[in-house]
Design a protein around this ligand. Structure first.
Ligand SMILES: Cc1cc2nc3c(=O)[nH]c(=O)nc-3n(C[C@H](O)[C@H](O)[C@H](O)COP(=O)(O)OP(=O)(O)OC[C@H]3O[C@@H](n4cnc5c(N)ncnc54)[C@H](O)[C@@H]3O)c2cc1C
Length: 527
Protein backbone atom coordinates (compact mmCIF):
# COMPACT_ATOMS: atom_id res chain seq x y z
CA UNK A 1 0.00 0.00 0.00
CA UNK A 2 1.46 3.37 -1.02
CA UNK A 3 1.69 5.75 1.94
CA UNK A 4 4.97 7.61 1.59
CA UNK A 5 5.98 9.17 -1.75
CA UNK A 6 9.34 10.76 -2.53
CA UNK A 7 9.28 13.48 -5.18
CA UNK A 8 12.66 14.14 -6.83
CA UNK A 9 12.80 17.83 -7.74
CA UNK A 10 10.82 20.91 -6.71
CA UNK A 11 10.21 22.28 -10.19
CA UNK A 12 6.64 23.11 -11.25
CA UNK A 13 5.97 19.41 -11.90
CA UNK A 14 7.29 18.25 -8.52
CA UNK A 15 5.54 21.01 -6.59
CA UNK A 16 2.22 20.19 -8.26
CA UNK A 17 2.70 16.50 -7.51
CA UNK A 18 3.50 17.29 -3.87
CA UNK A 19 0.37 19.44 -3.41
CA UNK A 20 -1.81 16.87 -5.16
CA UNK A 21 -0.48 13.93 -3.17
CA UNK A 22 -0.39 15.60 0.24
CA UNK A 23 -3.90 16.88 -0.41
CA UNK A 24 -5.02 13.28 -0.92
CA UNK A 25 -3.50 12.13 2.36
CA UNK A 26 -0.11 10.75 1.28
CA UNK A 27 3.04 11.43 3.28
CA UNK A 28 5.30 13.30 0.87
CA UNK A 29 9.00 14.16 0.93
CA UNK A 30 10.40 16.42 -1.79
CA UNK A 31 14.14 16.14 -2.39
CA UNK A 32 15.56 19.09 -4.34
CA UNK A 33 19.19 19.67 -5.30
CA UNK A 34 18.88 23.47 -5.14
CA UNK A 35 18.44 25.64 -2.07
CA UNK A 36 15.31 27.23 -3.55
CA UNK A 37 12.27 25.71 -5.28
CA UNK A 38 11.25 26.17 -8.90
CA UNK A 39 13.89 24.55 -11.11
CA UNK A 40 13.75 26.45 -14.40
CA UNK A 41 11.14 28.66 -12.66
CA UNK A 42 13.29 29.54 -9.64
CA UNK A 43 14.33 33.05 -10.69
CA UNK A 44 17.55 34.82 -9.74
CA UNK A 45 18.71 38.07 -8.23
CA UNK A 46 21.08 40.57 -9.79
CA UNK A 47 23.01 43.57 -8.48
CA UNK A 48 25.45 44.02 -5.61
CA UNK A 49 22.72 43.78 -2.98
CA UNK A 50 20.39 41.58 -4.99
CA UNK A 51 18.20 44.60 -5.70
CA UNK A 52 16.90 43.15 -8.97
CA UNK A 53 14.86 39.94 -9.07
CA UNK A 54 14.12 38.28 -12.42
CA UNK A 55 12.35 35.17 -13.54
CA UNK A 56 14.62 32.61 -15.18
CA UNK A 57 12.09 30.64 -17.24
CA UNK A 58 8.29 30.71 -17.47
CA UNK A 59 6.74 34.15 -17.82
CA UNK A 60 3.30 33.21 -19.18
CA UNK A 61 0.65 31.20 -17.36
CA UNK A 62 -2.12 29.83 -19.55
CA UNK A 63 -5.50 28.60 -18.34
CA UNK A 64 -5.12 29.62 -14.68
CA UNK A 65 -8.21 27.58 -13.75
CA UNK A 66 -5.99 24.48 -13.79
CA UNK A 67 -3.64 25.90 -11.16
CA UNK A 68 -6.59 27.09 -9.13
CA UNK A 69 -8.12 23.63 -9.28
CA UNK A 70 -4.90 22.04 -7.97
CA UNK A 71 -5.01 24.21 -4.84
CA UNK A 72 -8.77 23.72 -4.44
CA UNK A 73 -8.44 19.94 -4.66
CA UNK A 74 -6.00 20.04 -1.75
CA UNK A 75 -8.43 22.16 0.29
CA UNK A 76 -6.46 25.36 -0.29
CA UNK A 77 -7.15 28.69 -1.98
CA UNK A 78 -4.71 29.82 -4.65
CA UNK A 79 -5.32 33.45 -3.61
CA UNK A 80 -3.86 32.73 -0.16
CA UNK A 81 -0.52 31.96 -1.78
CA UNK A 82 -0.20 33.94 -5.02
CA UNK A 83 -1.97 36.66 -6.95
CA UNK A 84 -2.51 36.18 -10.65
CA UNK A 85 -2.65 39.22 -12.88
CA UNK A 86 -4.06 39.24 -16.43
CA UNK A 87 -1.71 40.81 -18.97
CA UNK A 88 -3.00 43.05 -21.75
CA UNK A 89 -2.08 42.97 -24.56
CA UNK A 90 -1.10 39.32 -24.52
CA UNK A 91 1.96 39.95 -26.68
CA UNK A 92 3.25 42.54 -29.13
CA UNK A 93 4.67 40.69 -32.12
CA UNK A 94 7.05 42.62 -34.39
CA UNK A 95 7.53 41.24 -37.89
CA UNK A 96 10.33 41.01 -40.42
CA UNK A 97 8.73 43.81 -42.48
CA UNK A 98 8.66 46.39 -39.66
CA UNK A 99 4.93 46.02 -38.88
CA UNK A 100 3.62 44.74 -35.57
CA UNK A 101 0.48 43.20 -34.08
CA UNK A 102 -0.84 43.16 -30.52
CA UNK A 103 -2.52 39.85 -29.72
CA UNK A 104 -5.12 40.22 -26.97
CA UNK A 105 -8.12 38.71 -25.24
CA UNK A 106 -10.21 41.71 -26.31
CA UNK A 107 -10.99 40.14 -29.67
CA UNK A 108 -12.99 43.06 -30.93
CA UNK A 109 -10.03 45.36 -30.46
CA UNK A 110 -7.60 42.84 -31.89
CA UNK A 111 -9.93 42.36 -34.86
CA UNK A 112 -9.93 46.11 -35.50
CA UNK A 113 -6.12 46.18 -35.32
CA UNK A 114 -5.97 43.30 -37.77
CA UNK A 115 -7.81 45.27 -40.41
CA UNK A 116 -4.62 47.29 -40.95
CA UNK A 117 -3.13 44.09 -42.42
CA UNK A 118 -5.92 43.89 -44.99
CA UNK A 119 -9.70 44.01 -45.24
CA UNK A 120 -11.39 40.94 -43.78
CA UNK A 121 -8.60 39.96 -41.37
CA UNK A 122 -10.76 40.85 -38.36
CA UNK A 123 -13.46 38.56 -39.71
CA UNK A 124 -10.84 35.82 -40.23
CA UNK A 125 -9.95 36.10 -36.55
CA UNK A 126 -13.60 35.69 -35.56
CA UNK A 127 -13.87 32.60 -37.74
CA UNK A 128 -10.65 31.11 -36.41
CA UNK A 129 -11.82 31.68 -32.84
CA UNK A 130 -15.19 30.11 -33.64
CA UNK A 131 -13.36 27.07 -34.99
CA UNK A 132 -11.28 27.01 -31.79
CA UNK A 133 -14.37 27.19 -29.58
CA UNK A 134 -15.74 24.09 -31.29
CA UNK A 135 -12.50 22.20 -30.66
CA UNK A 136 -11.19 23.44 -27.32
CA UNK A 137 -12.96 21.19 -24.78
CA UNK A 138 -12.55 18.13 -26.95
CA UNK A 139 -8.85 18.81 -27.56
CA UNK A 140 -8.19 19.44 -23.88
CA UNK A 141 -10.02 16.33 -22.79
CA UNK A 142 -8.70 13.94 -25.45
CA UNK A 143 -5.10 15.08 -25.72
CA UNK A 144 -4.14 16.83 -22.48
CA UNK A 145 -5.99 15.60 -19.40
CA UNK A 146 -5.75 11.92 -20.17
CA UNK A 147 -3.02 9.57 -19.01
CA UNK A 148 -2.07 8.21 -22.48
CA UNK A 149 -1.04 5.10 -20.61
CA UNK A 150 -1.76 2.68 -23.44
CA UNK A 151 -2.28 2.50 -27.17
CA UNK A 152 -6.04 2.72 -26.48
CA UNK A 153 -5.29 6.42 -26.71
CA UNK A 154 -5.46 5.88 -30.48
CA UNK A 155 -8.69 3.86 -30.40
CA UNK A 156 -10.92 5.02 -33.27
CA UNK A 157 -13.92 5.42 -30.95
CA UNK A 158 -11.85 7.78 -28.82
CA UNK A 159 -10.23 9.83 -31.53
CA UNK A 160 -12.98 9.83 -34.17
CA UNK A 161 -14.51 13.08 -32.85
CA UNK A 162 -11.12 14.79 -33.20
CA UNK A 163 -10.88 14.16 -36.95
CA UNK A 164 -12.53 17.50 -37.47
CA UNK A 165 -9.22 18.98 -36.25
CA UNK A 166 -7.53 17.60 -39.36
CA UNK A 167 -4.58 16.66 -37.14
CA UNK A 168 -2.59 15.69 -40.23
CA UNK A 169 -2.62 19.35 -41.26
CA UNK A 170 0.25 21.51 -40.00
CA UNK A 171 -0.32 24.45 -37.70
CA UNK A 172 0.94 26.69 -40.49
CA UNK A 173 -1.63 25.32 -42.97
CA UNK A 174 -4.44 25.56 -40.47
CA UNK A 175 -3.75 29.21 -39.63
CA UNK A 176 -2.98 30.16 -43.21
CA UNK A 177 -6.31 28.75 -44.36
CA UNK A 178 -7.96 31.47 -42.24
CA UNK A 179 -5.56 34.41 -42.42
CA UNK A 180 -3.70 34.10 -45.75
CA UNK A 181 -0.97 36.29 -44.28
CA UNK A 182 2.27 34.99 -42.80
CA UNK A 183 2.33 37.71 -40.17
CA UNK A 184 -0.86 36.55 -38.47
CA UNK A 185 0.02 32.92 -39.03
CA UNK A 186 3.46 33.20 -37.46
CA UNK A 187 2.21 35.45 -34.66
CA UNK A 188 -0.31 32.81 -33.57
CA UNK A 189 1.97 29.87 -34.32
CA UNK A 190 4.81 31.14 -32.09
CA UNK A 191 4.26 28.43 -29.40
CA UNK A 192 5.48 25.80 -31.88
CA UNK A 193 9.04 26.89 -31.03
CA UNK A 194 8.37 25.96 -27.41
CA UNK A 195 7.13 22.58 -28.56
CA UNK A 196 10.49 21.95 -30.22
CA UNK A 197 8.93 22.41 -33.65
CA UNK A 198 8.24 24.92 -36.42
CA UNK A 199 4.77 26.02 -37.61
CA UNK A 200 5.34 23.96 -40.76
CA UNK A 201 6.20 20.78 -38.81
CA UNK A 202 3.80 21.14 -35.88
CA UNK A 203 0.39 19.46 -35.98
CA UNK A 204 -2.68 21.69 -36.15
CA UNK A 205 -3.99 20.07 -32.95
CA UNK A 206 -1.68 22.53 -31.18
CA UNK A 207 -3.83 25.41 -32.44
CA UNK A 208 -5.54 24.88 -29.08
CA UNK A 209 -2.59 26.71 -27.43
CA UNK A 210 -2.95 30.08 -29.22
CA UNK A 211 -6.71 29.63 -28.90
CA UNK A 212 -6.40 29.26 -25.11
CA UNK A 213 -4.20 32.37 -24.98
CA UNK A 214 -6.70 34.50 -26.91
CA UNK A 215 -9.76 33.07 -25.19
CA UNK A 216 -8.56 32.89 -21.56
CA UNK A 217 -5.75 35.46 -21.76
CA UNK A 218 -2.17 35.18 -20.56
CA UNK A 219 -1.41 35.64 -16.88
CA UNK A 220 1.43 36.96 -14.78
CA UNK A 221 2.13 36.04 -11.17
CA UNK A 222 2.52 39.08 -8.91
CA UNK A 223 6.12 39.08 -7.68
CA UNK A 224 7.16 36.98 -10.67
CA UNK A 225 6.93 33.28 -11.41
CA UNK A 226 9.56 32.68 -8.73
CA UNK A 227 6.76 33.72 -6.35
CA UNK A 228 4.64 30.90 -7.78
CA UNK A 229 7.45 28.46 -6.93
CA UNK A 230 7.58 29.80 -3.38
CA UNK A 231 3.78 29.90 -3.05
CA UNK A 232 3.45 26.30 -4.20
CA UNK A 233 6.18 25.20 -1.81
CA UNK A 234 4.46 27.04 1.06
CA UNK A 235 1.14 25.41 0.18
CA UNK A 236 2.79 21.98 0.11
CA UNK A 237 4.42 22.68 3.50
CA UNK A 238 1.06 23.74 4.93
CA UNK A 239 -0.24 20.36 3.78
CA UNK A 240 2.55 18.64 5.70
CA UNK A 241 5.07 17.99 2.91
CA UNK A 242 8.70 17.70 4.04
CA UNK A 243 11.27 19.45 1.84
CA UNK A 244 14.92 18.38 1.76
CA UNK A 245 16.45 21.36 -0.05
CA UNK A 246 20.04 21.51 -1.29
CA UNK A 247 19.95 17.72 -1.45
CA UNK A 248 20.80 15.98 -4.72
CA UNK A 249 19.47 12.51 -5.50
CA UNK A 250 22.02 10.12 -6.97
CA UNK A 251 19.86 7.06 -7.71
CA UNK A 252 16.29 5.85 -7.61
CA UNK A 253 16.43 2.64 -5.56
CA UNK A 254 14.51 -0.41 -6.71
CA UNK A 255 13.89 -3.85 -5.29
CA UNK A 256 12.26 -6.69 -7.20
CA UNK A 257 11.11 -4.32 -9.93
CA UNK A 258 9.60 -1.75 -7.58
CA UNK A 259 10.79 1.76 -6.62
CA UNK A 260 11.57 1.73 -2.90
CA UNK A 261 13.20 5.11 -2.37
CA UNK A 262 16.27 7.10 -3.34
CA UNK A 263 19.97 7.26 -2.57
CA UNK A 264 21.24 10.79 -2.03
CA UNK A 265 24.55 12.13 -3.32
CA UNK A 266 25.63 12.26 0.34
CA UNK A 267 25.19 8.49 0.53
CA UNK A 268 22.09 8.70 2.73
CA UNK A 269 19.28 6.35 1.81
CA UNK A 270 15.60 7.33 1.97
CA UNK A 271 12.76 4.81 1.86
CA UNK A 272 9.41 5.31 0.17
CA UNK A 273 6.54 3.30 -1.28
CA UNK A 274 6.68 5.19 -4.59
CA UNK A 275 8.95 7.70 -6.31
CA UNK A 276 7.84 10.58 -8.52
CA UNK A 277 10.72 11.98 -10.59
CA UNK A 278 10.43 15.62 -11.64
CA UNK A 279 14.08 16.14 -12.61
CA UNK A 280 14.38 16.56 -16.40
CA UNK A 281 13.26 13.22 -17.82
CA UNK A 282 16.13 12.42 -20.17
CA UNK A 283 18.70 13.54 -17.58
CA UNK A 284 16.97 11.56 -14.82
CA UNK A 285 16.66 8.41 -16.91
CA UNK A 286 20.38 8.41 -17.66
CA UNK A 287 21.69 9.57 -14.29
CA UNK A 288 19.19 8.33 -11.71
CA UNK A 289 17.98 5.02 -13.16
CA UNK A 290 20.24 2.01 -13.59
CA UNK A 291 20.65 1.05 -17.29
CA UNK A 292 19.21 -2.45 -16.78
CA UNK A 293 15.92 -0.88 -15.65
CA UNK A 294 15.63 0.96 -18.96
CA UNK A 295 16.76 -1.67 -21.45
CA UNK A 296 14.48 -2.02 -24.46
CA UNK A 297 12.37 0.95 -23.40
CA UNK A 298 12.01 4.54 -24.56
CA UNK A 299 14.39 5.44 -21.75
CA UNK A 300 17.30 3.25 -22.87
CA UNK A 301 20.49 5.13 -23.72
CA UNK A 302 20.00 4.34 -27.41
CA UNK A 303 16.39 5.56 -27.46
CA UNK A 304 17.30 8.74 -25.60
CA UNK A 305 20.12 9.39 -28.06
CA UNK A 306 17.79 8.91 -31.03
CA UNK A 307 14.94 11.00 -29.61
CA UNK A 308 14.33 14.51 -30.95
CA UNK A 309 14.82 17.39 -28.54
CA UNK A 310 13.80 21.02 -28.56
CA UNK A 311 16.08 23.96 -29.10
CA UNK A 312 17.84 25.58 -26.18
CA UNK A 313 17.84 29.27 -25.33
CA UNK A 314 20.41 31.99 -24.84
CA UNK A 315 19.16 34.15 -21.99
CA UNK A 316 20.12 37.72 -21.09
CA UNK A 317 18.86 38.99 -17.71
CA UNK A 318 19.20 42.71 -16.99
CA UNK A 319 18.72 45.05 -14.04
CA UNK A 320 18.15 48.57 -15.41
CA UNK A 321 18.09 52.08 -13.98
CA UNK A 322 15.14 52.91 -16.21
CA UNK A 323 11.73 51.53 -17.09
CA UNK A 324 10.06 50.77 -20.41
CA UNK A 325 6.57 51.55 -19.14
CA UNK A 326 5.19 52.43 -22.56
CA UNK A 327 5.93 48.95 -23.93
CA UNK A 328 3.93 45.77 -23.32
CA UNK A 329 4.91 43.04 -20.87
CA UNK A 330 5.58 40.45 -23.59
CA UNK A 331 7.37 41.30 -26.84
CA UNK A 332 8.33 39.01 -29.68
CA UNK A 333 10.44 39.83 -32.69
CA UNK A 334 10.01 37.50 -35.66
CA UNK A 335 12.83 38.03 -38.11
CA UNK A 336 12.77 36.72 -41.65
CA UNK A 337 14.61 33.64 -40.37
CA UNK A 338 11.51 32.62 -38.37
CA UNK A 339 10.08 31.66 -41.79
CA UNK A 340 13.05 29.56 -42.89
CA UNK A 341 12.08 25.98 -43.65
CA UNK A 342 15.46 24.51 -44.59
CA UNK A 343 16.71 21.58 -42.52
CA UNK A 344 19.22 23.68 -40.55
CA UNK A 345 16.45 26.00 -39.40
CA UNK A 346 13.82 23.32 -38.78
CA UNK A 347 16.25 21.30 -36.68
CA UNK A 348 17.83 24.26 -34.85
CA UNK A 349 21.27 23.24 -36.07
CA UNK A 350 23.03 26.61 -36.08
CA UNK A 351 23.02 29.80 -34.04
CA UNK A 352 21.69 32.87 -35.78
CA UNK A 353 23.55 35.87 -34.37
CA UNK A 354 22.80 38.14 -37.34
CA UNK A 355 19.03 38.61 -37.13
CA UNK A 356 17.52 36.00 -34.82
CA UNK A 357 13.92 35.93 -33.65
CA UNK A 358 13.69 36.68 -29.92
CA UNK A 359 11.33 37.17 -27.00
CA UNK A 360 11.54 39.92 -24.37
CA UNK A 361 9.85 39.93 -20.98
CA UNK A 362 9.29 43.44 -19.61
CA UNK A 363 7.54 42.59 -16.31
CA UNK A 364 7.95 46.04 -14.74
CA UNK A 365 5.03 47.34 -16.77
CA UNK A 366 2.70 45.03 -14.81
CA UNK A 367 4.56 44.48 -11.57
CA UNK A 368 7.09 46.81 -9.96
CA UNK A 369 8.27 44.33 -7.34
CA UNK A 370 11.41 43.12 -9.14
CA UNK A 371 13.42 46.36 -9.00
CA UNK A 372 13.87 49.57 -6.97
CA UNK A 373 11.55 52.48 -7.81
CA UNK A 374 12.30 53.94 -11.24
CA UNK A 375 14.28 50.83 -12.18
CA UNK A 376 13.17 47.65 -13.92
CA UNK A 377 14.32 44.29 -15.22
CA UNK A 378 14.20 42.67 -18.64
CA UNK A 379 14.84 39.20 -19.84
CA UNK A 380 15.67 38.36 -23.42
CA UNK A 381 15.36 34.84 -24.87
CA UNK A 382 17.09 33.93 -28.13
CA UNK A 383 16.48 30.36 -29.38
CA UNK A 384 19.71 28.45 -30.06
CA UNK A 385 20.66 24.85 -30.81
CA UNK A 386 20.93 22.52 -27.85
CA UNK A 387 24.32 21.14 -26.85
CA UNK A 388 24.10 18.21 -29.28
CA UNK A 389 25.29 20.68 -31.94
CA UNK A 390 28.91 21.77 -32.18
CA UNK A 391 28.56 25.40 -31.08
CA UNK A 392 31.27 27.59 -29.55
CA UNK A 393 29.15 28.74 -26.61
CA UNK A 394 31.68 31.22 -25.21
CA UNK A 395 31.89 32.95 -28.57
CA UNK A 396 28.10 32.86 -29.00
CA UNK A 397 27.66 34.44 -25.59
CA UNK A 398 30.20 37.17 -26.31
CA UNK A 399 28.56 38.00 -29.65
CA UNK A 400 24.99 38.04 -28.36
CA UNK A 401 25.94 40.06 -25.26
CA UNK A 402 27.33 42.70 -27.50
CA UNK A 403 24.50 42.62 -30.07
CA UNK A 404 21.37 42.28 -27.95
CA UNK A 405 21.09 45.99 -26.99
CA UNK A 406 21.01 46.90 -30.69
CA UNK A 407 18.66 44.01 -31.53
CA UNK A 408 16.20 45.24 -28.91
CA UNK A 409 15.68 48.47 -30.84
CA UNK A 410 13.54 46.37 -33.21
CA UNK A 411 10.92 46.06 -30.46
CA UNK A 412 11.20 49.68 -29.33
CA UNK A 413 13.72 49.25 -26.50
CA UNK A 414 16.18 52.07 -27.06
CA UNK A 415 19.43 52.88 -25.29
CA UNK A 416 19.56 49.70 -23.25
CA UNK A 417 23.34 49.56 -22.91
CA UNK A 418 23.59 52.83 -20.97
CA UNK A 419 20.95 51.70 -18.46
CA UNK A 420 22.33 48.27 -17.59
CA UNK A 421 23.26 48.14 -13.89
CA UNK A 422 23.47 44.38 -13.57
CA UNK A 423 23.42 41.51 -16.06
CA UNK A 424 23.69 37.76 -16.31
CA UNK A 425 23.68 35.35 -19.24
CA UNK A 426 22.79 31.67 -19.74
CA UNK A 427 23.74 29.46 -22.67
CA UNK A 428 22.59 25.93 -23.47
CA UNK A 429 25.50 24.78 -21.30
CA UNK A 430 24.12 26.65 -18.28
CA UNK A 431 20.79 24.86 -18.64
CA UNK A 432 22.58 21.55 -19.02
CA UNK A 433 25.10 21.95 -16.20
CA UNK A 434 23.30 24.07 -13.58
CA UNK A 435 19.72 22.93 -14.16
CA UNK A 436 20.38 19.28 -15.07
CA UNK A 437 18.56 19.62 -18.38
CA UNK A 438 19.61 16.98 -20.93
CA UNK A 439 21.50 18.73 -23.76
CA UNK A 440 20.18 22.02 -22.38
CA UNK A 441 17.04 21.33 -24.45
CA UNK A 442 14.87 23.46 -22.20
CA UNK A 443 11.57 22.56 -23.84
CA UNK A 444 12.37 18.86 -23.51
CA UNK A 445 11.45 16.25 -26.11
CA UNK A 446 10.00 17.77 -29.27
CA UNK A 447 6.28 17.24 -29.75
CA UNK A 448 6.56 15.25 -32.97
CA UNK A 449 3.94 12.60 -33.73
CA UNK A 450 6.39 9.91 -32.63
CA UNK A 451 6.84 11.64 -29.27
CA UNK A 452 3.24 12.38 -28.37
CA UNK A 453 0.62 10.61 -26.28
CA UNK A 454 1.57 7.01 -25.49
CA UNK A 455 4.64 7.35 -27.76
CA UNK A 456 6.09 9.99 -25.41
CA UNK A 457 7.79 8.57 -22.28
CA UNK A 458 4.84 7.82 -20.03
CA UNK A 459 4.02 9.21 -16.62
CA UNK A 460 3.75 5.72 -15.16
CA UNK A 461 6.92 3.81 -15.86
CA UNK A 462 6.24 0.39 -17.37
CA UNK A 463 9.50 -1.23 -16.21
CA UNK A 464 9.53 -0.21 -12.54
CA UNK A 465 6.38 -0.40 -10.42
CA UNK A 466 5.78 2.66 -8.28
CA UNK A 467 7.95 4.93 -10.47
CA UNK A 468 6.36 7.99 -12.08
CA UNK A 469 7.67 10.90 -14.13
CA UNK A 470 6.23 14.40 -14.03
CA UNK A 471 7.41 17.51 -15.87
CA UNK A 472 7.98 18.65 -19.41
CA UNK A 473 9.61 15.46 -20.72
CA UNK A 474 6.64 13.20 -20.18
CA UNK A 475 3.05 13.25 -21.45
CA UNK A 476 1.29 15.60 -22.16
CA UNK A 477 4.10 18.10 -22.79
CA UNK A 478 6.54 20.84 -21.96
CA UNK A 479 4.57 23.98 -20.94
CA UNK A 480 3.52 24.83 -17.38
CA UNK A 481 -0.05 23.82 -18.10
CA UNK A 482 0.85 20.39 -19.42
CA UNK A 483 3.49 19.93 -16.72
CA UNK A 484 0.78 20.47 -14.10
CA UNK A 485 -1.39 17.95 -15.95
CA UNK A 486 1.43 15.38 -15.84
CA UNK A 487 1.41 15.76 -12.05
CA UNK A 488 -2.39 15.38 -12.03
CA UNK A 489 -1.99 12.16 -14.00
CA UNK A 490 0.65 10.83 -11.58
CA UNK A 491 -1.59 11.66 -8.62
CA UNK A 492 -4.54 9.92 -10.29
CA UNK A 493 -2.46 6.75 -10.72
CA UNK A 494 -1.26 6.90 -7.13
CA UNK A 495 -4.65 7.56 -5.52
CA UNK A 496 -6.02 4.58 -7.43
CA UNK A 497 -3.05 2.42 -6.47
CA UNK A 498 -3.53 3.37 -2.83
CA UNK A 499 -7.19 2.37 -2.98
CA UNK A 500 -8.40 5.97 -2.71
CA UNK A 501 -10.13 5.91 -6.10
CA UNK A 502 -9.62 8.41 -8.91
CA UNK A 503 -8.11 11.83 -8.24
CA UNK A 504 -10.82 14.14 -6.98
CA UNK A 505 -12.09 16.63 -9.56
CA UNK A 506 -9.94 15.34 -12.40
CA UNK A 507 -10.04 15.34 -15.40
CA UNK A 508 -11.06 18.98 -15.39
CA UNK A 509 -11.56 21.17 -18.45
CA UNK A 510 -11.90 24.85 -17.50
CA UNK A 511 -15.22 25.97 -18.99
CA UNK A 512 -15.24 28.68 -21.61
CA UNK A 513 -17.72 30.71 -19.54
CA UNK A 514 -14.78 31.45 -17.22
CA UNK A 515 -12.77 32.88 -20.10
CA UNK A 516 -13.91 36.46 -19.61
CA UNK A 517 -12.79 36.59 -15.99
CA UNK A 518 -10.26 39.08 -14.75
CA UNK A 519 -8.44 38.63 -11.44
CA UNK A 520 -9.44 37.51 -8.92
CA UNK A 521 -10.53 34.27 -10.52
CA UNK A 522 -13.49 32.63 -8.94
CA UNK A 523 -13.26 29.14 -7.52
CA UNK A 524 -12.59 26.63 -10.25
CA UNK A 525 -15.27 23.99 -10.32
CA UNK A 526 -14.53 20.33 -10.16
CA UNK A 527 -14.93 18.27 -13.29
C1 LIG B 1 13.45 30.27 -20.66
C2 LIG B 1 12.18 29.48 -20.51
C3 LIG B 1 10.96 30.10 -20.67
C4 LIG B 1 9.78 29.37 -20.51
N1 LIG B 1 8.60 30.02 -20.62
C5 LIG B 1 7.47 29.36 -20.38
C6 LIG B 1 6.24 30.07 -20.30
O1 LIG B 1 6.21 31.30 -20.43
N2 LIG B 1 5.10 29.37 -20.08
C7 LIG B 1 5.12 28.01 -19.92
O2 LIG B 1 4.05 27.43 -19.73
N3 LIG B 1 6.28 27.31 -19.96
C8 LIG B 1 7.45 27.95 -20.16
N4 LIG B 1 8.64 27.26 -20.14
C9 LIG B 1 8.63 25.79 -20.11
C10 LIG B 1 8.40 25.12 -18.74
O3 LIG B 1 7.24 25.62 -18.14
C11 LIG B 1 9.54 25.28 -17.74
O4 LIG B 1 10.73 24.85 -18.30
C12 LIG B 1 9.30 24.54 -16.42
O5 LIG B 1 9.99 25.20 -15.40
C13 LIG B 1 9.77 23.09 -16.44
O6 LIG B 1 9.31 22.49 -15.27
P1 LIG B 1 9.65 20.99 -14.86
O7 LIG B 1 8.95 20.74 -13.58
O8 LIG B 1 9.40 20.08 -15.99
O9 LIG B 1 11.25 20.95 -14.69
P2 LIG B 1 12.28 21.83 -13.85
O10 LIG B 1 11.81 23.21 -13.69
O11 LIG B 1 13.61 21.64 -14.50
O12 LIG B 1 12.30 21.12 -12.42
C14 LIG B 1 13.08 19.97 -12.14
C15 LIG B 1 13.62 20.07 -10.73
O13 LIG B 1 14.40 18.90 -10.44
C16 LIG B 1 15.57 19.32 -9.73
N5 LIG B 1 16.61 18.30 -9.88
C17 LIG B 1 17.31 17.99 -11.00
N6 LIG B 1 18.17 17.00 -10.75
C18 LIG B 1 18.02 16.66 -9.45
C19 LIG B 1 18.64 15.70 -8.60
N7 LIG B 1 19.58 14.85 -9.05
N8 LIG B 1 18.26 15.63 -7.30
C20 LIG B 1 17.30 16.46 -6.82
N9 LIG B 1 16.69 17.40 -7.58
C21 LIG B 1 17.04 17.49 -8.89
C22 LIG B 1 15.93 20.64 -10.38
O14 LIG B 1 16.80 21.41 -9.58
C23 LIG B 1 14.54 21.27 -10.54
O15 LIG B 1 14.16 21.98 -9.39
C24 LIG B 1 9.84 27.97 -20.24
C25 LIG B 1 11.07 27.36 -20.08
C26 LIG B 1 12.23 28.11 -20.19
C27 LIG B 1 13.55 27.42 -19.95
Amino acid sequence: MVQHVIVVGAGPGGLTAAINLAGQGFRVTVVEKDAVPGGRMKGLTLGRDGEYAVDTGPSILQLPGILKQIFWRAGKQLEDYVTLVPVDPNTRVHFWDGTHLDTRRDLERMGQDLEKFGAGKGRALQEWMEDGRRKYALAYEKFICTNAGSLDYYAPWRLAPTLRFKPWQTLYRQLDSFFHDDRMTYALAYPSKYLGLHPTTCSSVFSVIPFIELCFGVWHVQGGFRELSRGMMKCAQDLGVTFRMGTAVERVRTEAGRAVGVKLASGEVLDADAVVVNADLAYAAQKLLAPELREGSRLSDGALERAKYSCSTFMAYYGLDTTYADLPHHLIYLSESARRTDKDALEDRTVDVEDPPFYVCNPGVTDGTGAPKGHSTLYVLVPTPNTARPVDWAKTEATLRERIPKMLEKVGIKGLREHVKAERYFTAETWRDDFNVFRGAVFNLSHTWMQLGPLRPRVKNAQVEGLYFVGGGTHPGSGLLTIMESANIAADYLTREAGKGPLKGWPYVPPMEDAGEQAPLRMARSG
